[in-house]
Design a protein around this ligand. Structure first.
Ligand SMILES: [Zn+2]
Ligand SMILES: [Zn+2]
Ligand SMILES: [Zn+2]
Length: 186
């Protein structure tokens, strides 16, 4: 079976083993696994060809290899351990909507529960304040807003201008010791 499309996959960190017995190369790397398999945490041993994008062995060029283990891919730097309650949050790129004035915005200082991120729970199933820090609407000053979508942050390119984070509208900035900007850039 052929590789699934990246669109249908979730990025994970996986361990591989070369299927060529004469080679026995092992490696770890970013790997794309079908979302439904990933969400249900189907063990690597039960995955079959077509459930993930294959990786070629760099030592012997063998095409089809064995995925032996995988786990969620997270970047340590984007994790925030809450000084209140000890919960872990993950910084993502979020799309927001205001329920009052219908305005929308995006924010690269959106924080959702690390567990929910790792489980790939869609934004529509997340609730504030349990699963993410709220952001107020800039246009109507309303707090009745909703996170409608999120994705992993892309690393910022130096030439790209940074949009200021509006701390006065952010529940994390307002209620926690460290302002979002103090977590550094990514
Ligand atoms: Zn090999
Ligand atoms: Zn609004
Ligand atoms: Zn903030």
């Amino acid at each position: 079976m052929s590789n699934p499309s990246k669109r249908d996959c979730k990025r994970a960190l996986a361990s591989w083993s070369c299927a060529n017995d004469d080679c026995a190369n092992k490696w770890t790397g970013l790997t794309w696994i079908l979302i439904e398999k990933y969400r249900n945490r189907i063990p690597a041993q039960e995955l079959v060809n077509g459930d993930y994008i294959q990786q070629k062995c760099k030592r012997c060029d063998n095409e089809n290899n064995e995925l032996t283990e995988y786990k969620p891919f997270v970047i340590e730097k984007l994790i925030y351990v809450d000084e209140v309650g000890g919960n872990k949050w993950y910084r993502v790129f979020g799309e927001w909507d205001c329920s009052n004035c219908e305005k929308g915005w995006t924010s690269s200082y959106t924080w959702i529960s690390l567990q929910k991120y790792e489980d790939d729970i869609p934004a529509s199933n997340l609730n504030s304040p349990a699963d993410y820090f709220g952001q107020d609407c800039k246009d109507c000053d309303n707090a009745d807003t909703k996170l409608v979508n999120y994705r992993h942050l892309f690393r910022r390119r130096n030439n790209k201008r940074k949009r200021p984070h509006l701390s006065n509208l952010c529940e994390k900035c307002k209620n926690r010791q460290a302002k979002c900007q103090q977590h550094g850039s990514y």
